[in-house]
Design a protein around this ligand. Sequence first.
Ligand SMILES: CC(=O)[C@@H](O)[C@H](O)COP(=O)(O)O
Ligand SMILES: NCC(=O)COP(=O)(O)O
Length: 253
Amino acid sequence: MIELGVNIDHVATLRQARRTWEPDPVWAAVEAHLGGADGITVHLREDRRHIQDADVRKLRDLTQIKLNLEMAATDEMVGIACEIKPEMAMFVPEGRHEVTTEGGLDIVAQEAQLKDAVARLADRGIIVSVFIDADVAQVEAAARIGAKVCEIHTGPYAHAFHAAGRDAESPAVLAEIARIAEAGAAVRSLDMRFNAGHALNYYNVQPIARLTGIRELHIGHSIISRSVFTGLREAVREMKRLMREGAERGLRP
Ligand SMILES: CC(=O)[C@@H](O)[C@H](O)COP(=O)(O)O
Ligand SMILES: NCC(=O)COP(=O)(O)O
């Protein structure tokens, strides 16, 4: 069964807008859990624009489902992860001026440095994931550095889907799906876990949930946006329903 990790960064974005104590990401994690989430994802950015170190610690202590910590592959972040020990840590590229993550991690360009960082986390029993573009060369490099999970970047697919007026059968969308499927097949053939995420929403999630061998989707902005109107529990429940239906509709390709 395909799993859903709910990214709750933007609950903290709202709190940080007033530098106050509400809304509390821990409450969000509980609501997401009750809505059927299989895990919680947070991105502890170097600029601490939303999630704070204390949030990660509290989530570690109080969340009863898997915690996935997204972070840059820096000494500081690896140290924090080794201390807090989430179930999974995911290396992502980070830019101070980006609104959100703009692309996958270039593992090929920094293999030796990343291999050390993966080893430090693995020594602490943390499963290491990497956020990469749908590119087989990056998948192969992920296996070489010892990653156990690849999260394939679905941003280009989401962009194509939106530009095509939500037509899942348009050539541009099909080309992006084929790229993700090819990367996913490489991930699985190298004995890693095939996850995907970024910019998935209630309209574009099903073609991704249908992919052969996909294990887990990480979705944040769209779920938190909907929760403003429906409540988080209901927003998560609806996303899980769509994912389940998408997966049941048959595998592709
Ligand atoms: C790696 C990824 O695709 C997203 O999870 C992103 O890093 C989330 O960070 P923001 O919530 O700051 O956009
Ligand atoms: N790694 C992707 C993630 O956690 C959620 O990304 P988004 O849905 O907020 O774009």
